[in-house]
Structures are given as structure tokens and as C-alpha cells.
Write a protein that binds this ligand. Sequence first.
Ligand SMILES: [Zn+2]
Length: 71
Amino acid sequence: MKCPYCKGEMHEEFLDYVVEMEDGQKLRLEEVPTWVCEKCDYTEIEEEVGEAIEDMLDHLDTVEAGGDEEE
Ligand SMILES: [Zn+2]
């Protein structure tokens, strides 16, 4: 994979990824497969991984709604 900005080589690393949710809450995910440009430090997560995270966030909403009832 090449960097879309500088065309440098990109390699995959497992990095923390912070997702900001619609209500402004931030969720920190650990060891997310991320492409990192060796030249300009541009990072990009894989499309599949991004979709998986979105699915997970949808699921989290459901879990939180259920949790409220217990309090
Ligand atoms: Zn780059």
C-alpha cells in the first residue's frame, strides 16, 4: 500500500485508535491494525476494520440503553 499524499511506503502497525461518538464521548480502542506512512506519518485504518468498528459502536449503543435500566 502507498501513501495517498506522498506515495511513500506504508506498513501495518497495531495502534490505539480513539473514536469519537455522536454524543461526544470518546472510546479508546487498543491494537487496531493501522497503515502508517514511513515518510509523513499519515495513518489510515483498513476499510474493513473501520466498518467493524462502526458495527461495534452500533452494538454498544444497544448495550448502553439496556444498562441504563439497571441503575
Ligand atoms: Zn506519506
